[in-house]
Design a protein around this ligand. Structure first.
Ligand SMILES: [Zn+2]
Length: 239
């Protein structure tokens, strides 16, 4: 058997296949000469679109974290406000309790005019002390004690008025006038809207009076006076 000549195994292919090999070498040499790095991409390198996606996700996460933080802060704010409201309510409840009202502060319609007093001359009395029938209820207490509005309304008069001394009139929503008489000082002005238990002024002995006391009158529709004790009791208070 004759030896196969080398050409039979490689034939013309040898020379053909050697061309690209030689060309590849030439490319590598040129690339090296101009400093190009033609190394294959590393397995752990990240494609640009992946980087964009990743940073978008990070931005979303940051945005979410900020939103959560904002929510937490506004929640803290709400808790603080609720706490302040609770404390104000407790304060209001305490004030109202001082003036004889122990119910829900949000439902209060009337309170007693003084925190402490001694019931003195009652309504309808007649005698040498009064020019006419006693048109109100007297509450004896100390000079300078604070008087509060027994009900919400509008101050319609603040003036000295003969036997009544320094008098404040508060007209309620239903037209009832409440007179606070013999005051030594006032803390409201005519036209002022007052809430129930708002300070009106202080107890005095101005006008026809034998000593510091509050003379309270209640006049439905601004007409004839009725017994203030009955009116106060009708609101649920125990004067
Ligand atoms: Zn009186």
């Amino acid at each position: 058997m004759p030896h196969r000549i080398e050409a039979s195994t490689c034939g013309g292919f040898c020379s053909v296949s050697s061309v690209p090999r030689r060309a590849g070498l030439a490319v590598a040499v040129v690339a090296a000469a101009i400093g190009l790095n033609l190394a294959a991409p590393r397995a752990d390198a990240v494609a640009p679109e992946t980087v964009v996606r990743e940073s978008a996700r990070q931005a979303d996460a940051l945005d979410l974290a900020l939103q959560v933080r904002e929510r937490q802060q506004s929640l803290v704010q709400l808790y603080r406000q609720a706490d302040a409201r609770d404390r104000a309510l407790v304060g209001r409840k305490a004030v109202l309790a001082q003036y004889g009202y122990t119910g829900d502060p949000g439902a209060v319609t009337a309170v007693l005019p003084l925190a402490s007093y001694r019931v003195s001359a009652g309504f309808g009395l007649t005698g040498p002390l009064w020019e006419a029938e006693h048109g109100g209820q007297d509450f004896g207490t100390y000079l300078g004690d604070q008087i509060v509005a027994v009900a919400a309304g509008t101050v319609t008069e603040v003036a000295y008025s003969g036997a009544y001394g320094l008098r404040t009139i508060v007209t309620l929503g239903d037209g009832t006038e409440v007179w606070y008489c013999h005051q030594t000082d006032v803390s409201v002005y005519s036209g002022q809207v007052v809430d129930v238990a708002d300070p009106i002024g202080t107890v005095g002995s101005t006008g026809n009076s034998t000593g510091p006391h509050l003379h309270l009158e209640v006049r439905p529709g601004g007409g004839s006076p009725i017994d203030p004790m009955d009116w106060l009791r009708a609101t649920g208070l125990t004067p």
